[in-house]
Ligand binder design. Sequence first.
Ligand code: NAP
Length: 304
Amino acid sequence: MRDLIIIGSGPAGLTAAIYAKRAELDCIVIEKEAISGGQIINTTEIDNYPGLYHMGGFDLGMKFREHADALGAEFVEGNVVEFSRTDEKVTVKLESGEVYEAKTAIIAGGAKHRPLSVPGEDRLRGAGVSYCATCDGAFFKKKITAVNGGGDVAVEDALFLSRLCEKVYLIHRRDEFRAAKTIVTAAKAAHNIEFVLDSVITEIKGENKTEAISVKNVKTGETKDLAVDGVFIAVGMLPESEVYKDAVKLDEKGYIIADETGKTSAPNVFAAGDIRTKALRQVVTAAADGANAVTSVENYLHSL
Ligand code: NAP
């Protein structure tokens, strides 16, 4: 039986793969997407990973993967649909029906885009409603778009789109931003970004494609329609933890409860990256988690 199954190939999973290979563990990485790298492959620039100033997110993801490949890490593509454990082993079933077993697992499955859950969002998804400016921004050249959110992703998306679009509305439910001050300052300086603060989108309108959004000011209660060709929703992430809920304890938001050693409520299951409870979800902390989780796996295997 293998020593370890790593689920996820973002910065946490790929770092875990690198550390696991260096520790000569018999392991396999299960990745959901055809391209490794996780969320960063859709991030224009990662400006805060030490030593790699102005690094493209996609390029950084590829570098992590090349590193894991160079050490001989084994990858399989598949969607985990069942996850169970006993004190002897962990069993993972993929959508394809394939089953993998190992003595331990590191869950590094990350998080997915949080929907706004407003009328029109589902119907117009892919018809002007997008969750990834880097992926879809090019469809909106010289058009009018809106970005919803106040975190790093929303402000970075607004800046990215401002270079392509005629105009970008940046809609945020408060008047203070969670995003890094430097990028908020840059967005304020952009001539074609209009800040719509203390406001929420209540509906996305359009027949077959997005034509307008209804925006409500939460302080005054006033609602107005803004004509837009596209709306980019960047209101945070939801952990991809549903399938693990019977095997390990989750917090009230669905994150796997684990400290920086990656230890969960189950002795042979570890969590790393955005899927676990933590204060700061960044590439650098995800990578650190991957390293820590492998160290915990090694300690656990030595204790058997
Ligand atoms: P985030 O930091 O959690 O921000 C989510 C934003 O959406 C917040 O401003 C939040 O408002 C707003 N929001 C949440 N639910 C909403 C709703 N239902 N309606 C309207 N607004 C809503 O998420 P993120 O921007 O996706 O970033 C995720 C993580 O990745 C963060 O830790 C971020 O720092 C990191 N990241 C880092 C970089 C980088 O280092 N270069 C780049 C991208 C992302 P409130 O502020 O009012 O809560």
